[in-house]
Design a binder for this molecule. Structure first.
Ligand SMILES: [Zn+2]
Length: 247
């Protein structure tokens, strides 16, 4: 007898297998990223057809095999159907899924990552926050959730607040006084954030997930945040996300 497990999660990707099957990648609260097979999911009338589409969120019943899972059934809690109908939203959602896939691990619980992805798709669907800002917020929080966050509240060395100079190589803020004492740092140009951009980033890092998408920024701050994220991710995530080619 194969064991059955019930996991809460979201389908990140789905690809065709054989004639009628589907292979899916799921981000689950309890076991992080897993891949599973859905036998017959592409047959007309299959009960697994709808619940194995990307961005389906729910409780998945899976047979646990030695090397992989098989989807037995699923109780759908939320399906983001709007994503498939809006090209821009689909591009961003694919990127968010690809980033989650890249940054999460197998057999390591991922409650924060899963909830982040969920509230992010919800924010796009509600269209209260521009997609470009959604992207900054998602990237920032996903990096934090997966252990690659930056210290943006106080100087890493003396723990004093008030500085806006970010040294990516060091992992966050370092004040002028501490930087002057360090031979290495004196040769590096930090990223100096504006007060507004720093405040936005601090909000992103500290807000409860349910309130994460409750602010907007003016264009100049948006552009600054994007420049900041390019430097940050360029250094911390040397990976080409295929879905970014469409954004
Ligand atoms: Zn300092």
């Amino acid at each position: 007898m194969r064991e059955t497990v019930v996991l809460t999660g979201m389908i990140l990707t789905a690809s065709p297998m054989k004639e009628y099957d589907r292979r899916v990648e799921l981000l689950t609260r309890e076991r992080g990223r897993i891949s599973a097979f859905a036998q017959g999911a592409r047959k007309v009338g299959s009960a697994l057809s709808a619940c194995t589409l990307p961005f389906t969120f729910g409780e998945f019943s899976l047979y646990e095999g030695r090397n992989s899972y098989n989807v037995k059934s699923a109780a759908i809690k939320k399906f983001f159907g709007e994503i498939a109908q809006d090209y821009d939203m689909a591009c961003y959602a694919s990127y968010f899924a690809e980033m989650a896939q890249y940054l999460t691990k197998e057999n390591m619980e991922a409650p924060e990552e899963l909830l982040l992805l969920y509230v992010t798709l919800l924010a796009m669907q509600n269209k209260r926050v521009p997609f470009r800002l959604v992207r900054v917020v998602y990237e920032m929080r996903m990096m934090m959730a997966t252990g690659q966050g930056l210290e943006l509240f106080e100087c890493l060395r003396c723990r004093q607040a008030g500085t806006r100079a970010v040294y990516f190589a060091e992992g966050g803020l370092i004040c002028d006084g501490c930087a002057a004492k360090d031979k290495e740092l004196k040769r590096i140009y930090p990223f100096i954030l504006s007060a507004d951009a720093l405040y936005s980033l601090q909000y992103i890092l500290s807000s409860p997930l349910e309130r994460l998408y409750s602010f907007t920024v003016i264009d100049s701050v948006q552009e600054e945040l994007e420049r900041f994220m390019r430097s940050y991710l360029g250094r911390y995530l040397p990976h080409h996300f295929k879905s970014l080619d469409f954004i």
